[in-house]
Design a binder for this molecule. Structure first.
Ligand code: PHE
Ligand code: ZN
Length: 878
């Protein structure tokens, strides 16, 4: 009954709903196992829909108690009900109301979609198709209604009752121990933005005055006793609101803005109108329990969800194919916010690392799909790095091509014109086409064509004529359903750098004043005149397009960029490229000249001596070599993860040895003085100091162990403690096990901290790790139903531990397959996500491929698979 993977939803089949719902009145009487929902829907036929159509409402595991039309109870002959749908066979031709009573069981809702319980509290999750698990509805984003929600609950069980919009009424129900609150949201919204919360929660809050002078009560609700851990999130919320006013001219539009943190959540957070619900991992932070990375993530996700109020809620999506319309744009907006609040180049490097690690990986896998997919079997499987991260890159490219002023004018037009509507990617692009007069139809290919383009560039210098020419070609590899590709419109931000570090003033009429060349053909060349010495080209500055590149630059030329490029991103990229070349060659067993390794090490040491302390966060990124997964991706076929692991380990040792003195000096000079502060500059100093520890330990295990043990015990904050514990994971022995035990003892009652402890151990690249992971699944803090726990332990094993997950005997794959099947019975979304760690199985060498394929086939062949897992398994095997 659960499996129907043949049913495919197609973009081309979109048609408007036959009915519209103008108003929804909900009465929800909360009860642990029998919550009663009465929905009164004001319906009317849609003038754009089919006349004579029956009314078919969506449902999912709801049970119907009664249904009435305009107050008249409907006899069985006039409707058909199943847990999946409610059909009114002959609805009126004009406006009418439908009153539907249903009963649901939030306690046994382990899918965490619809109404469920987390640590005893009631909460909801409705995106994408969860509202239909609460009541029967036209559960599609182009049906937008004004909601009034009455929530009733036992006063002891749920003293706090929250809904969308503003609270208009509250009271007690005498003699019953129950109370209620009524919430009204004046902004029409799709059902996926509905939310309610009931529970025992602590609160922090403050008042925010908008640019228009309106007072808004901001509040964050968390587990009682943890209020102070929400202070940073509240501060981030206030800064986000201010930033959106200043940078995009967007003002908040309700009297309250509430955020609730819950412990059981499938994703990061959810932008429900006026009532964001968060995975508590992205709200709670204290210096003792959260790392610098946690603080940065909290800031980014708080901003992301807040920004959705305009890009997502005020302007929503017509259908789920348009998901990137809200997600790509909102990721772009939160990235810009973080760049402004922190360091732009450092943040850009972090973004690109994620993009490559997740989106490029996805694009090279059987799961590759366009930023706007054209079909799906299960929409939950399309909340992907491609829709989010590549979707954000498209918005960034648009801004690069048309410039910041026109970009802002286009955004203003888009918000103004589409406010209150359910829009499409075409509506978005039309706003920019209109303000610039540009034809954006070629650019629009970025939404339709999957795969990562590869751009190949060669440079030719003519000293006599003082000219320099760059020859570009581009090609995009085939992806599922798209064998042949068209050329893309690729903005190439570039400059020329001379070998002695002087910027070269070279002219080319095809480069914009902002330094951007638009490559929109399969092949093109760019000529510069007046070039007085042989230059080194600095291409794709700030990573101006999501492409892979092949450049004919020598290692020596790349290291010129490390020293002299004015673009910080490319200084970082240059070292990564050199390191990657050497790592790939070593992992493949090709000969690598010792002098090449020595040159890289000495260039890094020289850089650190000269520049590292000017920007420690940047220096820490330069010191971090490409990950094992990055190297695997670069090799692309016949991968041997063990060889990659050894090559990387050897290079880390080499750099640690070569730069030993400088690294020791950083350990001392960057030592923490004064109390912990999560700001970017302080975090940068910690990052460089901890990167130094990591390399010192790679060079000298005994010393590394001693320093790391000291730091684990003495650290004044979680960032330093966890970094040191992480270093110990590379050093087998009693000291490591003892440190792990002390850490566990100390944080026994802190699930979010124990998640870090799970993750570190799951990633240990040693033989015994699978056994260790199995043992940890028995730990008191582990829970197979909690997504954070499962991701921290099992997800990390699959995603971070290249050598053990891809063990040659297939044990890692078999383990993951077992867990996926087990989790699928409880939470299909979580199971499907775990399963995506198989996505690069075809790139492995033969033996591993065979094991992976067997594991995938075992999953695909299991009866009663969820649609989520069935879809990923089937596509992975295609
Ligand atoms: N819309 C959420 C976001 O990106 C993500 C999400 C999707 C959360 C589906 C829950 C369920 O902000
Ligand atoms: Zn989002």
């Amino acid at each position: 009954m659960r499996t129907d993977i043949a049913q495919i939803v197609r973009l081309e089949d979109y048609r408007p709903s036959d009915f519209l719902i103008d108003r929804v009145e909900l009465d929800v009487r909360l009860h642990p196992t029998a919550t009663r929902v009465t929905a009164t829907l004001s319906l009317r036929p849609n003038p754009k829909g089919r006349a004579d159509a029956p009314l078919v409402l969506d449902g999912d595991e709801v049970s119907l108690t009664s249904v009435a039309l305009d107050g008249r109870p409907l006899p069985d002959s006039e409707f058909e009900a199943s847990p999946q749908s409610l059909t009114i066979t002959q609805p009126p031709r004009g406006p009418f109301t439908l009153t539907i009573e249903t009963e649901i069981d939030p306690t046994s809702n382990t899918k965490l979609m619809g109404l469920y319980r987390s640590s005893g509290n009631y909460c909801t999750q409705c995106e994408a198709e969860g509202f239909r698990r609460i009541t029967y509805f036209l559960d599609r984003p182009d049906v937008m209604a004004v909601y009034t929600t009455r929530i009733e609950a036992d006063k002891d069980e749920a003293p706090v009752l929250l809904g969308n919009g503003n609270r208009i009424e509250a009271g007690e129900i005498a003699g019953t121990g129950r109370h209620y609150a009524v919430w009204h949201d004046p902004h029409p919204k799709p059902s996926y933005l509905f939310a309610l919360v009931g529970g025992r929660l602590g609160r922090v809050g403050k008042t925010f005055r908008t640019m228009g002078g309106r007072e808004v009560e901001l509040a964050i609700y968390v587990e009682a006793g943890k209020e102070s851990r929400a202070d940073y999130a509240l501060d981030a919320l206030e800064r986000s609101m201010r930033w959106d006013e200043r940078v995009f001219g967007r003002e908040y539009d309700l009297d309250v803005f509430n955020i609730v943190a819950v412990s059981d959540f499938n994703m990061g957070a959810m932008e429900n109108k006026g009532l964001n619900i968060f995975n508590d991992k992205y709200v709670l932070a204290s210096p003792e329990t959260a790392t610098d990375v946690d603080y940065a993530n909290i800031e980014a996700i708080i901003a992301h969800e807040y920004f959705h109020n305009w890009s997502g809620n005020r302007v929503t999506c017509r259908d789920w194919f348009q998901l990137c319309l809200k997600e790509g744009l909102t990721v772009f907006r939160d990235q810009e916010f973080s760049s402004d609040e922190r360091s732009r180049p450092v943040h850009r490097i972090a973004e690109v690392k994620t993009l490559r690690a997740r989106q490029f990986l996805e694009d090279a896998s059987p799961l590759s799909h366009p930023v706007r997919p054209t079909q799906y079997r299960e929409i939950n499987n399309f909340y992907t790095a491609t829709v989010y991260e590549k979707g954000a890159e498209i918005v960034r490219m648009l801004k690069t091509i048309i410039g910041p002023e026109d970009f802002r004018r286009g955004m203003d037009l888009y918000f103004e014109r589409c406010d209150g509507t359910a829009a499409t990617v075409e509506d978005f692009l039309a706003a920019f086409a209109e303000v610039t007069g540009h034809d954006l139809s070629h650019f629009a290919r970025w939404y339709a064509q999957a795969g990562t383009p590869r751009v190949t560039v060669t440079g030719t210098y003519d000293p006599a004529a003082k000219t320099y020419r760059l020859d570009f070609t581009q090609a995009t590899p085939p992806t599922p359903g798209q064998p042949d590709k068209e050329p893309m419109a690729i903005p190439v931000a570039l400059g020329l750098v001379s070998r002695d570090g002087e910027p070269l003033q070279a002219a080319s009429d095809r480069v914009s004043p902002q330094g951007v060349f638009l490559l929109d053909k399969a092949a093109d060349s760019l000529a510069f005149t007046g070039v007085t010495s042989q230059p080194v080209p600095s291409l794709f500055r700030e990573f101006s397009a999501p492409v892979r590149t092949s450049l004919d630059l020598s290692n020596e030329e790349l290291l010129v960029l490390l020293r002299h490029d004015s673009d910080a991103f490319n200084r970082w990229q240059a070292t990564q490229t050199v390191a990657m070349r050497l790592l790939v060659a070593q992992a493949k067993g090709d000969a690598v000249a010792d002098s090449d390794l020595a040159d890289l090490a000495s260039a890094l040491c020289a850089f650190m001596e000269a520049d590292a302390l000017d920007d420690p966060a940047f220096a820490a990124l330069v010191l971090a070599l490409p990950s094992e997964a990055d190297i695997a991706q670069e090799i692309g076929r016949d991968i041997d993860p063990d060889a990659i692991h050894h090559a990387r380990k050897a290079m880390r040792r080499r750099i640690g040895q070569a730069c030993r003195e400088t690294l020791h000096r950083f350990r001392d000079s960057l030592a923490e003085r004064g109390p912990y502060s999560p700001d970017a500059a302080s975090a940068g100093r910690r990052a460089l100091r901890n990167a130094s520890l990591d390399l010192l330990a790679a060079a000298d295990a005994a010393l590394g162990e001693q320093l790391a043990v000291e730091q684990v015990d003495d650290a004044g904050n979680m960032t330093d403690r966890l970094a040191a514990l992480g270093v110990l994971m590379t050093l087998p022995g009693d000291a490591r096990e003892a440190a792990l035990a002390r850490f566990e003892e100390r944080y026994r009652d802190e699930p979010l901290v124990l998640d870090k402890w799970f993750t570190l151990q799951a990633a240990i690249p040693e033989d015994g790790t699978l056994e260790r992971v199995r043992r940890l699944m028995e730990h008191q803090a582990f829970a197979i139903g909690n997504p954070n726990r499962v991701r921290a332990l099992v997800g990390s094993f699959a995603m971070l531990n290249q050598v053990r997950f891809n063990a040659k005997d297939g044990s890692g794959y078999d383990f993951l397959a077992d867990i996926v099947l087990q989790v699928d019975e409880l939470n299909p979304q979580l199971a499907a996500r775990l399963l995506t760690s198989f996505s690069s199985w075809r790139m492995m060498e033969k033996t591993r491929q065979t094991h992976a394929k067997n594991a995938l086939q075992r999953i695909a062949g299991k009866p009663n698979l969820s649609r989520d897992v069935g879809d990923i398994a089937a596509r992975s095997l295609e």
